[in-house]
Design a protein around this ligand. Sequence first.
Ligand code: GLN
Length: 478
Amino acid sequence: MAASPVQTARRMAVDIATGAQSAAEICRAFLERIHVEEPRIGAFNLVADERALARARAIDAERGRGPGLPLLGVPIAVKDNMCTAGVPTTASSRILRGFVPPYSATVVERLESAGAIVIGKTNMDEFAMGSSTENSAHGTTRNPRDLTRTPGGSSGGSAAAVAAGMVPVSLGSDTGGSIRQPAAFCGLVGVKPTYGRVSRYGLLAFASSLDQIGPLAHTAEDAALVLQVIAGHDPRDATSSSETVPDYLAAIDRGVAGLRIGVPRAFVGNGVDRDVQQAFDDALARWEGAGARIVDVALPHAGHAIPVYYLVATAEASSNLARYDGVRYGHRAVSRQGDGLQQMYDRTRDEGFGAEVKRRIMLGTYVLSAGYYDAYYLKAQQVRTLLRQDYEQAFDQCDVVAMPTTPTPAFKLGEKTDDPIQMYLSDVFTVGANLTGLPAISAPAGLSADSLPIGIQLTGRMFDEATLLAAARSLEVD
Ligand code: GLN
């Protein structure tokens, strides 16, 4: 009764509830798979095997005593920027070495209350700053589909763990594309929910007006299942919404008949790889064949999204990361003779943060400083409003906006590490959803000539994740 890596989370939870499969056996099978795959993939910062097995055994012992929980006994990997009580949480940064949170993030609590088993913490770009999982104090994660390539980032570990069959589902966080881009590079479904849909309590903040947590899965149905569990109001996160959470699973098979899919041709036409363009056009044709209508939309300010994003995100990061001072969390530099408090702060931050994080703190501090605030930060916020208006106008003509998730399939490890601007430009299609707060999904849309996965992205109206999941689902059924 071995758990097959292709088995869905939904099936697993049902089988465990009915006693057809044992949670402990499933857990052991995935731990075994992690043991085999991890040395070549490097998806995890930490595997909590004992904790996971203990929970699985407890589930088996309790089985049959209550109604089946939606994720009963389902192993899940959680990105290492979400607090897990008693389990180290590092955001892949040296500065959080030794930090063991005394509480769990709301998403982790909700997963566990739904029966899920957190099997480990996944590698990421430090503090989620990056697009390749190469900016990590824990080393690089490799793409299971081609080990010479990046799994994407910053949730590269969460994507690689699912793609390699080490867990059926995982959680990532998405500030500018960090769930959708790795999903695209690894051939998965990834959802960036509407801003406020999922609680951020216990998520180590990167850019608070952009960050959202969401699922990565092989199928739209499993993504819906996880989203269902983590979505909803949380009094501990003032930005979380009290909008009711619909039944995503009930909506998943409703298809795309009558759906108006807007395509911003002028924006998409720029610098997109040929295979990606082909996969994009094929996916649109398939939706059209299933009854959707393709309409042209304009997003006149979308071309400014990258500079706006890198101004807003760095500004917010510089303020959020001020808390890592060597006093409150994790690493503190060894004090030297004659050191004062300021020297301790300086050396702790110098030793603790990696190069990209330092770059962002400096950029962010600069754009917020007197004399530059108006020219950069304020201007970026104004253009952000224009971008929101672009989408509002587009949604007069369509129900969802389609774009490729990324301009190219997974790039090679090391290819962009020396060129931060090139790395930033790879987020061109994903940052818009974060700047506007709109929900977006990346769904698998075929393979490149070298068999690399390609993702298609849909952005929806506020709180309309259900339509995105149903459209992603319709690409899965032949
Ligand atoms: N790649 C983007 C960045 O480096 C997005 C990261 C994210 O979504 N966390 O900021």
